[in-house]
Design a protein around this ligand. Structure first.
Ligand SMILES: [Zn+2]
Length: 252
């Protein structure tokens, strides 16, 4: 079996909208901390060193992560929206389908006819709970300011269509599943229609589903199907999202 890492590294990245802060406790400091309550210092530890650790400050949406219904709104399908730790594990380990929808912000959000055309091309009919990965190529801009503004996203219509097929988890290799902020805002300003603001996210108030945002390396899967995706989110109690080490598992 071959494993393909589909995750970004969480690291202090200059252009991140909410900067990641990492405060490191060194091996020497760790020894002093561990020994403090027993009145021993680092010099008494083997090699003069104890155990290191890190204090992190970041959002639940930093790096490759899974959005839960609670992120989209307080209610989903008329009931309290579920946080990430209450979703079934079965959603996060399933056959994957990779759809090639390359482009930039200029091309607009991925349309439903593109999704259907791709499926036709690969001769696949979606089965319920398959994990659909949208490959736009937006991760090539990671570590540049453009990563956060130059991407396609998925259209609401395509999201609705995928959920109609029974899909519960949709992943994309861009900053968000919705189009870039400036596009949504200018459409809203031009029409006054609030439906242009985070349409895919807000649709998650009507129907329960998860998004994987900020995937990477999708081209390394090398095949449109015939692989499984593991995207178990970290069990953050009561949170609307959690980080995930997303991996594609390729047999043979
Ligand atoms: Zn998110």
């Amino acid at each position: 079996m071959r494993l393909v890492d589909l995750s970004l590294t969480i690291e202090p990245e200059a252009h991140e909208p909410v900067p990641v802060e990492v405060e490191r406790v060194t091996h020497r400091e760790g020894a002093d901390i561990l020994g403090r309550s027993h009145a021993i210092g680092h010099s008494q530890f083997p090699g003069g060193l104890g155990l290191s650790l890190e204090h992190l400050k970041l959002t639940s949406h930093t790096g490759t992560h899974v959005d839960a219904p609670l992120h989209y709104g307080p209610l989903c399908e008329g009931r309290p929206a579920r946080p990430i730790d209450e979703l079934p594990l079965e959603w996060f380990f399933n056959p994957g389908v990779l759809l090639s929808c390359p482009g930039t912000a200029q091309d607009g959000p991925v349309r439903v006819d593109e999704v259907r055309g791709q499926l036709r091309e690969i001769g696949h009919r979606l089965a319920p709970e398959e994990i659909v990965l949208i490959h736009t190529g937006a991760d090539r801009l990671w570590r540049s300011p453009a990563y956060f503004s130059d991407f396609r996203g998925l259209s609401r219509e395509a999201t609705v269509w995928l959920l109609d097929c029974g899909v519960k988890v949709i992943g994309i290799d861009s900053f968000g599943l919705d189009p870039p902020f400036d596009q949504m805002l200018s459409r809203y300003r031009a029409t006054g229609d609030a439906g242009h603001l985070w349409p895919c996210h807000v649709y998650g108030r009507d129907r329960e589903y998860c998004q994987i945002e900020r995937l990477a390396n999708l081209d390394a899967i090398g095949r449109p199907r015939g692989f499984r995706v593991a995207c178990f989110p970290i069990k953050l109690g009561g949170c609307g999202a959690a980080w995930s080490r997303v991996v594609a598992l390729l047999d043979g």
